[in-house]
Ligand binder design. Structure first.
Ligand SMILES: *Cc1c(COP(=O)(O)O)cnc(C)c1O
Length: 368
C-alpha cells in the first residue's frame, strides 16, 4: 500500500505537517505491556532529558496521554501542594489557560497579564514576588502561540530564582525548535507535546522535571488520570509502563520524529530552518503589503500573526478556502482586539514552501 500524498501542507502550530517516514512508523500494531514497547518508551524518556540538555541523574521525563493541555494540567495539579500559590505570567490564551487550570483545580493563584502585545516586565514580577510571599511557583509560556510572541524566559528566570520559586515553563510550541537552557534557567518543570516542534503526531504530552522537586509531589494530584507523580512512579518501576492505555502508534511515530530531529542536526539546526521559514514568509508577505501584528524583536520563529487586510471584501473563510485549494492550510487569528490570521512556520516545511505560499496568497488576493 502506498501512503497517499497530503492534499495540503498544514501551516498550523500542531498538528502540523509530518514526514512520510513519521506517518509510516504508525503502520503496525504495538502491544502496550511487553519489553519491546516499554524499552521504546524508556529510550524516548532518556532522549527527551538529553534534548533538554540536562543530566539523567537530576532530571527525568514523564509522558502523559492527551493533548498538550493535559500535560500542563498534570503539572499544575501535581507540582503545587495544598498551601502553595501560583503566579501565572500571561500574555495570551495559553497563559490564561494555565490560570483557568488553577481555578478549576482550586489552587491559589495570581495572574500578571501583560496584554497580548507585550512582554512581562521583570521588575514588576520582582515586585509581585516581593509583596506576596505566599507565591511558591511561577508559570510562563515560552512561545505564546496566540500571537507568536517569544517570551524572554531568561530574564524571568533570574527573578524567579531570586525569590526561590519553582519555575514552570510551557514550552509546548518551542521545545525541540528553540534552544532552552533548562538547568541554567533553573526550570523545574518544562512541558511540551508530541505534535509541535518535534514534529510527531498528536496524542501525548511530556514533562521534563527536576527529580528533587517531583519526588515531593506524591499525593498532591487533584485528578487520578493526570497524576504526574504516579505516572512517573509507574514508568520508573515498570521500566516504561504507562498506567492506562498509551497511544502506541503516536509513541512509535514520535520515536521516528526524534530520530529525524537528530538527523537534521538537533534543536539548533531546526531552529535555523524555522527562522529561515519565518523570515522568508514575512519578507514575502510584507512585499504583498501585509503587516505583522508583532514587531520583529518580539516575534518567535514558530508562528506569525498577520493583520487582516483592511478591506470590506476580505473574508477569512473565503481566503482560507482559496489557500486550501492551493495546498496550504493556514490558521485563524486568536487575538482579542485585532482581525488577524496566523501562519505556522514549523513542521516538515521549508523556505521553498513559504515562497510557494506567498505566490498562492498573491494569487488569492481577490480584495485588491
Ligand atoms: C499547543 C499549545 C498548548 C497545548 O494545546 P493543546 O491543544 O492542548 O495541544 C499549550 N500551550 C501552548 C503554548 C501551545 O502552543
Amino acid at each position: 500500500m502506498n501512503i497517499p500524498e497530503n492534499p495540503y501542507l498544514l501551516l498550523t502550530p500542531g498538528p502540523l505537517s509530518t514526514t512520510k517516514t513519521v506517518k509510516a512508523a504508525m503502520l503496525r500494531d504495538w502491544c502496550t505491556w511487553d519489553d519491546d514497547y516499554n524499552s521504546l518508551v524508556q529510550e524516548i524518556r532518556a532522549e527527551l532529558v538529553q534534548l533538554a540538555g540536562v543530566n539523567q541523574a537530576e532530571y527525568t521525563s514523564v509522558l502523559m496521554q492527551g493533548s498538550g493541555t493535559f500535560a500542563v494540567e498534570s503539572v499544575i495539579g501535581t507540582a503545587l501542594g495544598e498551601t502553595d500559590k501560583l503566579l501565572v505570567l500571561a500574555n495570551g490564551a495559553y497563559g490564561q489557560r494555565i490560570a483557568t487550570i488553577a481555578r478549576y483545580l482550586k489552587i491559589d493563584y495570581l495572574v500578571y497579564d501583560a496584554g497580548e502585545l507585550d512582554r512581562h516586565d521583570p521588575e514588576k514580577i520582582d515586585a509581585i514576588l516581593g509583596n506576596d510571599k505566599a507565591i511558591t511557583h511561577v508559570a510562563v509560556v515560552h512561545c505564546e502561540t496566540t500571537t507568536g510572541m517569544l517570551n524572554q524566559i531568561e530574564e524571568i528566570a533570574e527573578v524567579v530564582k531570586k525569590h526561590n520559586c519553582i519555575f514552570i515553563v510551557d514550552a509546548m510550541s518551542s521545545f525541540g525548535g528553540i534552544p532552552i537552557e533548562m538547568e541554567k534557567l533553573g526550570i523545574g518543570y518544562l512541558i511540551s507535546s508530541s505534535n509541535k516542534c518535534i514534529q510527531g503526531v498528536p496524542g501525548f504530552g511530556f514533562v521534563i522535571a527536576k527529580k528533587s522537586l517531583l519526588e515531593n509531589c506524591g499525593g498532591n494530584a487533584r485528578s487520578l488520570s493526570l497524576d504526574l507523580f504516579d505516572q512517573w512512579q509507574t514508568m520508573e518501576k515498570g521500566n516504561g509502563k504507562w498506567r492506562f492505555t498509551s497511544p502506541t502508534h503516536v509513541v512509535r511515530a514520535f520515536r521516528q520524529a526524534l530520530t529525524e530531529l537528530e538527523e537534521e542536526g538537533g534543536t539548533e539546526e531546526r531552529f535555523l530552518r524555522y527562522a529561515l521559514n519565518q523570515r522568508t514568509l514575512v519578507n514575502g508577505m510584507r512585499e504583498l503589503g501585509f503587516e505583522t501584528l508583532l514587531p520583529d524583536n518580539l516575534q518567535s520563529p514558530i508562528i506569525t500573526t498577520f493583520i487582516s487586510p483592511d478591506s470590506p471584501e476580505f473574508d477569512f473563510q473565503k481566503f482560507y478556502n482559496q489557500l486550501k485549494n492551493h495546498g496550504f492550510v493556514i490558521y485563524p487569528g486568536k487575538v482579542t482586539d485585532y482581525q488577524c490570521f496566523r501562519i505556522g512556520n514549523i513542521g516538515d516545511v521549508n523556505p521553498d514552501d513559504m515562497r510557494n505560499l506567498v505566490l498562492a496568497i498573491a494569487a488569492s488576493m481577490y480584495w485588491k
